[in-house]
Structures are given as structure tokens and as C-alpha cells.
Design a protein around this ligand. Sequence first.
Ligand code: DGL
Length: 285
Amino acid sequence: MTANYTSPISPISPIGPIGVFDSGYGGLTILKEIRRVLPQYSYLYLGDNARTPYGTRSFDVVYRFTLDAVRYLFAQGCPLIILACNTASAKALRSIQQHDLPAIDPSRRVLGVIRPTVEALGRLSSTGHIGILATSGTVNSHSYDLEIEKLYPRFRTFSQACPMWVPLVENKEAEFPGADYFVAKYIDGLLVQDPSIDTILLACTHYPLLYPKIRQYVDEKIRIVTQGDIVAHSLADYLLRHPEMERRLQRGASCRYLTTEDPSKFTDLAQLFLAEPISVGHVSL
Ligand code: DGL
């Protein structure tokens, strides 16, 4: 057979695990659901715990930190990376997709969590009045407002930044009584903006770890949406539509964890949440 020299040459990376990235533990809430829906693949989780939180940092810093992580996960052979972090999806995803990916390796993919979440919101709200709880970075980026306006022009969005929630989770304080003050404060700050909010989106992947407390302060008529299940089904759909990517994913149902902080610290909290023994390695970005 003769080679077709007119075809573009694309650098094909080897088969590898799906990379899942977050500033810290939050992405585990996404990873857990992805593994439930797509248990056949192997995964490599990276938490930048040493530099968390990202939510209060500038665009430039979040972009630089996220790009460090993407480059690292690519170097480990991941053909596909999920930014399981709203702040990184809001502040870094577009630049990475448009400017960095073409130069690094156009055959690989980096996907975020905002678009699939917004698509799902259309099916969930009746009043179209959506409350968004997120980091200051995500709120100030207006990524959700803009994306929701594009897909559902009649919807209205109301946002509340919750800068203390990620530190509560990262410091294992989420379940203690001290957390109640900040949970109630931010929920009041959201609900006071509009009495017709019927759906509240937890638009930070750390927040499901505060879910039991959040639920206590929100009227039961209001639906609280978390992203894990939404992102997992959206990824399954993506892989059905992209068999060329699906073929490059390593199978074997394994999952490795890496953190930029102390692995024993990471293991403690992650194990509580994942309820299975895990092995965690250290990495410097
Ligand atoms: N879990 C992240 C998010 O979804 C980031 C939180 C942070 O580092 O501030 O936004």
C-alpha cells in the first residue's frame, strides 16, 4: 500500500488514561461519577492542593497553573483531560483549547464542566430562575451567565460567591458546626436576590462535599444541582460521538492519584470521600 503523503501528519499520542484535574479535592466529586458511568477506563487524577484555592486568583494565574497541570497530564500520556474545576474551566479552558492545544498536540483534547452543566440546566428548571453558587473567580468571569443566556435567552441567573467554602472543604471542616455560619450566609445572600429561584447550581466541584449542610438551609421546593452525574453522562456521550478518541483510552479500570501537596494529607480526605483504599503520589508542577 502506498502512503498518502498529502494527508496532514498528526502526532498520535499513545493509548493512555483519562486525566482529571482540579485545584484540590473537588474534582473527586466528578471523578467518582465518571468512574461509575464509565468504569472500563483507566484514570489519572491530579489535585493541585499546594496551590489551592484557585477561586480567588487572577485569570492569568489560574491559566498558568491550569496549563502546568495540562502539560503534566499530557506528559503522562493522557489523550483526554477533564478540567473537573469550574474556576479553571471559566478562566483557562478557552485559551488552552484555542492557543495551547494546537501547538502542544492538536490530536488531544481538554474538556471543561461548564458547557455540559448549562445544557442540563434547561431540563431542570421550571421558572428559568437559576441561582449559582460558585467561587469568586467563576462568578466574576460571568461564564455561567453568558453560557445560559446563549442557550436559554429567557432564563435569569443570580449568583453568589462563596469564598469560604473551598477552604472549609480543603481543611476538613465541612462537617463541623463552624461551617454552618458560612453556609447560611451565602445561601441567604443568593435567595434574597430573587424569590422565584427554583434551581440552585453548585457550580464548584468542591461544594458537593458540603451538600448535607447546604440542603439544611435551602427550602425543599428548590432543587440543588451537582455536576458529577451531568459531566459523567456528557463525557459518555462525547466518547460515543468521537470513536477516534475512545480508541485511545486505556482500559483496565485503574485509578492513580497525584497531588502537589503531601500525599498522606490527600489520602486522608480522599479516602473518607471515596470510601476505598487509594495510592497517592507527589508531583511538583
Ligand atoms: N473546585 C474548583 C471549582 O470547581 C476550584 C475551587 C478553588 O480552588 O477555589 O471551581
